[in-house]
Design a protein around this ligand. Sequence first.
Ligand code: PLP
Length: 399
Amino acid sequence: MADFPMSPAAEAGASGPGGNPLRALTLDQLRRRTSSKWRAYPPDVLPLWVAEMDVPLPGPVVRALTEAIALGDTGYATGEEYTRALGGFARRRWGWDGVVPGRTALVPDVMHGVVEMLRLVTDPGDAVVVNPPVYPPFFGALRHAGRRIVEAPLNAAGRIDPTAVEGAFAKAVAGGRRAACLLCSPHNPTGAVHSRAELAAVAEPAAAYGVRMVVDEIHAPLVRPGTRFVPYLSVPGTEGAFALLSASKAWHLAGAKAALAVAGAGAADELARLPSMVGEGASHLGVIAHVAALRHGEPWLDALLAGIDGNRRLLGELLDRYLPDVRYVPPEGTYLAWLDCRALGLGDDPAAVFLERGRVALSSGIPFGTGGAGHVRLNLAASPEVITEAVRRMAKAVG
Ligand SMILES: Cc1ncc(COP(=O)(O)O)c(C=O)c1O
């Protein structure tokens, strides 16, 4: 252990009152952060937009990074440590043993991994199916890669619509072109944790139409207690698919870049063709942090999940009381709440009104694509006090 002075929160093992990491830092401490969440808006705005969490890092991650820095262990990433650490986590957590050397590749982050997988299986001009409303950078990444976007919107419950998926697959392969589908599992922004049956209802037409699946599983560790995450590659008939996993969302490590691409048994040869410079884009410090989180961060993760679950319930109570016209289905996964604000009469972009009149920053639903207008996304990875103040500000903006 290096003899570096640590912040009081890090010394305390990164948990707050009641062991809840979401209560470990004060608003004043958080406002000293220089990341996107805290610097995009003036200081009078309460930020609950981008998917960063208001937590200190778990003790094992702080120690691993501190030791690496003290040692100058800041060279290039190498080896299979990420694969082994994620493989162990996947076995313990999901009873899945599909993360093994020979079927994985280090990538700089999930979004770069997504684009690289799509490059392996499609060409510019080919179609990629997405399920809006969905994580906005999907659209930007596909446009940047020159792929055509074909939509299979979610159903009214915010879940996969098998009929829409099959129709989109048929459209995507029309003309004999190669095609892929970029699935978000669990789904950002609705928090749907796709069941095995729902995943099978995508896998079957994907196989039938020859659509290659690329599945973004970055939110996989973040499911509410009692809900089971099903890895896409554990579903029968998914040998030709790719999944992208990372410790970045669940342990607040987006600034420590690293992620893993995992191939199904039938796609390992394609993954092996990934140029080595892709993996070289991952940060060695990122790999060290992610490995420490995956190996030693489960107690902290469980405390976090309990805190998020408390916030899910709290948000429901606050909305019932102050904004009963907002429709909210507590999410099964992610720390994001997708709020249907159409009954408030604030137009397509209620987030703009909440920001202007309430000084609270939520994500606008519009960039999430079809089905996003009139909605906002609220980040639940904050203290109960911040969530309470956010709803108070939203109510003030309306009333
Ligand atoms: C579904 C989804 N994919 C990818 C990302 C970004 O991951 P990365 O920073 O590893 O590219 C996010 C971030 O919130 C996300 O929600």
